[in-house]
Ligand binder design. Structure first.
Ligand SMILES: Nc1ncnc2c1ncn2[C@@H]1O[C@H](COP(=O)(O)OP(=O)(O)OP(=O)(O)O)[C@@H](O)[C@H]1O
Length: 247
């Protein structure tokens, strides 16, 4: 469904994404992990169109979308959430979700009806009439998910939707993400919560210093010495192995 081909993004002298390639199969949940500053969010901005790659391209459903503006990509069916959740504080939860729904529903009543269905689906039913600014962190994460879903995407890009949630809130939201996939939405997710990555993703890509250094099923990737070193520093994989032997 999605293919990033040798994408590079430079900000002045800094190479944030370096010749990165990845594929997301239709119907899958694919993970994108990597240490802080690895370039994960930048790669999302290249896919959603908020930035253009310095080199390389992005294909969606077989078509080159590299020069499409973000609203054109949204219309094609790509939606993203943002790491820093910023709802329109003066609007209700329902109205916030309706902003997303307006992409496909020009009539306000249609957008609100769509927003209500999506709000219920992500578990915000009881909060719909409240002000968005009254939501807890977990509520805001659900709202961010709902706003993206309201655009009726084929591909949903989730940027750390679990960050800042406690373990029980994470347990509660995982079935919501699985249900979205069951309804036919393909998901690419940036995530630091490894337990969730293990439970949700079939395929994982690891980005470090802008490069894809590993890909595969999550259990294999987490055992990969290159990945351990990227997170814990040079020599870490060897140290861990020695500690295991002596334990
Ligand atoms: N608009 C920008 N202008 C200049 N530098 C940028 C810009 N956006 C990102 N960067 C830099 O690119 C690098 C990659 O950042 P990015 O936010 O993509 O990493 P990340 O993997 O998402 O990190 P985190 O897990 O901390 O969110 C960082 O060094 C960052 O400072």
């Amino acid at each position: 469904m999605l293919e990033v081909q040798n994408a590079t993004k430079r900000f002045g002298g800094l190479v944030a994404v370096n010749q990165a390639s990845l594929k997301v199969e239709a119907g899958s949940i694919t993970g994108l992990i990597g240490p802080n500053g690895a370039g994960k969010t930048t790669l999302f901005t290249l896919i959603s169109g908020f930035e253009k790659p310095s080199e390389g391209g992005v294909l969606f459903e077989g078509e080159d979308i590299s020069s499409d503006e973000p609203h054109v990509r949204a219309r094609r069916g790509i939606a993203r959430t943002f790491q820093i959740v910023q709802p329109f504080a003066g609007l209700s939860v329902l109205e916030n979700i309706a902003v997303g729904a307006h992409l496909r529903h020009a009539k306000r009543s249609d957008a609100l009806a769509r927003a209500e269905r999506v709000g219920q689906r992500v578990g915000l039913g009881p909060e719909l009439d409240k002000s968005a600014s009254s939501l807890t962190v977990a509520g805001r994460k659900r709202l961010e998910l709902a706003r993206a879903l309201a655009t009726e995407p084929k591909l949903l890009l989730l940027d750390e939707v679990l960050a800042g949630l406690n373990p029980s809130e994470i347990r509660d939201i995982i079935p919501v993400i699985l249900a979205i996939r069951e309804e036919g939405v393909t998901i690419l997710m940036i995530e630091h919560v490894m337990q969730a990555v293990m439970n949700l993703c079939e395929q994982v890509y690891v980005l470090a210093q802008g490069r894809i250094i590993a890909e595969g099923p999550p259990a294999d990737v987490c055992d990969d010495p290159k990945v351990i070193e990227a997170y814990l520093g040079a020599g870490a994989a060897e140290r861990l192995k020695r500690e295991k032997v002596h334990a």
